[in-house]
Design a binder for this molecule. Structure first.
Ligand code: PMT
Length: 402
């Protein structure tokens, strides 16, 4: 399935920053995702990186000067400004932010920023004091008010030794923000989506727990797709490795009881609830206050059932609210999924295999079916988690209209 970058033309403006070398990775990830990337290096950027790397990565001429001799007889910067689907300035120095905010057009990039009507995304990178300076902050405010978007900066130790905001945010976060801006399908605009994701950890003692292998990749893919379609997204996440999109609100929890409480306090205000978390069905009755000692004797644990979060939402669903669940089964997948669809009063359940050759836990692709009440299961075969989430939200958008 084509993603948001497929066949899109993106101007990647690289400005003078020690982080300029990271723009090569950004260019390469954009090309991988299907975009046509036009690299533009300001004069200062060329002190840090050369055009040849960008030309090799993108297959396009890297623009380095306003009046360079080009084969294209069109007024090149105006033509590119018209064609581009997105201007991504990464890293964005304090200087380019100031020029863009005040309409200064003294090189190719700043001139073309004035000429384009494409969305503009800045990923700032600079010294902390420069970033926090009232002049830079005021420029950012001006640009935001004009509809420009920002990814980062991140905080941390900078090349100059200072600690604070000013680091170029990770490439994945820049791509997430770019994907949201490029996505044309905004059928969830104005909708609120609540997603549970990851595992739960049920403590045995202060250092041990009962858990499972959920990586959070499915929750991440769901959150990203919902954001791309224009939704406000909250993820209640148990422990998981996959990073969640920066644009989502993230509520971190550990146990099933914490997850239930976090969902109960938020679900009333959402249009869509999606239970993708692998919630522990049982918890240890009385976790030991100190670490269990290895005595050599066998250890008996009494487990109590955890509340079923998806079923609770199903019981308290508002008219018009859509709830989606997952069924993770090692055997008899479709029968179990059908039973869960009914028992939890879901509008849609995604049956995914967690046994045999195709185990959904931690994987990038899943063997999946979609089940809705009264209809035969819809097979999706082996499908990437990204493509699966597109199919899920296609159905959710229809359910919201019905
Ligand atoms: O995180 P990944 O590594 O990407 O893996 C993704 C996944 C395998 C975790 C995901 O695709 C998935 O299948 N999630 C649901 C896992 C699960 O617990 O399934 P279940 O069949 O046991 O539960 C059925 C449904 O009830 C699920 O929507 C589950 O979130 C929900 N549930 C279950 C128990 C419980 N106490 N509360 C719940 O809300």
């Amino acid at each position: 399935m084509p993603g948001p970058f497929s066949q899109k033309e993106i101007v990647l403006g690289v400005t003078g920053s020690i982080a300029a070398y990271k723009a090569c990775d950004i260019a390469s990830r954009l090309v991988e995702a299907g975009a046509n990337v036009i690299p533009v290096l300001t004069r200062s950027a060329q002190e840090f990186v050369g055009p040849v790397s960008f030309e090799a990565i993108t297959g396009n001429h890297a623009i380095t000067a306003l009046f360079e001799r080009l084969q294209n007889p069109e007024i090149e910067h105006i033509a590119v400004a018209r064609r581009a689907h997105l201007f991504l300035i990464a890293p964005a120095s304090a200087n380019i932010l100031a020029k863009a905010a005040h309409g200064i057009a003294d090189d190719w990039l700043s001139t073309t920023l004035l000429a384009t009507r494409a969305p503009i995304l800045f990923a700032p990178a600079m010294n902390t004091q420069m970033y926090l300076h009232p002049a830079t902050q005021a420029n950012i405010e001006i640009l935001r008010a004009r509809g420009c978007s920002f990814a980062g900066p991140a905080s941390g130790t900078l090349a100059c030794g200072e600690v604070g905001p000013g680091r170029l945010i990770e490439t994945s976060a820049i791509l997430e923000a770019a994907g949201v801006l490029l996505s044309e399908q905004k059928d969830l605009a104005g909708k609120r989506v609540l997603i549970t994701s990851g595992a739960t950890h049920e403590p045995l003692d202060p250092v041990r727990f009962l858990g499972n292998r959920s990586s959070g990749k499915m929750g991440r893919a769901l959150a990203l797709e919902a954001l791309r379609r224009g939704a406000d997204v909250t993820v209640v996440s148990g422990p998981a490795q996959a990073p969640l999109p920066h644009a989502a609100e993230v509520v971190r929890v550990k146990t099933a009881l914490d997850m239930l409480e976090a969902v109960q306090s938020r679900v009333d205000t959402v249009d869509v609830f999606i239970a993708a978390a692998a919630v522990a069905d049982y918890r240890v009755d009385a976790p030991a206050p100190s670490k269990h000692k290895h005595t050599g004797a066998s250890l008996q644990l009494t487990l109590s059932p955890n509340p079923d979060i998806a079923a609770w939402v199903g019981q308290h669903k508002r008219p018009g609210q859509v709830s989606v669940g997952f069924a993770a089964e090692t055997d008899d997948l479709l029968n179990h999924a059908g039973a869960k669809l009914a028992a939890k009063n879901l509008d849609l359940i995604v049956a995914n295999s967690v046994g045999g050759a195709h185990c959904a836990f931690g994987a990038d692709s899943v063997l999946a079916w979609l089940l809705t009440p009264g209809n035969p299961p819809e097979p999706l075969d082996l499908i990437s988690k990204e493509d699966l989430t597109q199919r899920i939200f296609d159905k959710v958008a229809l359910l919201l209209q019905s």
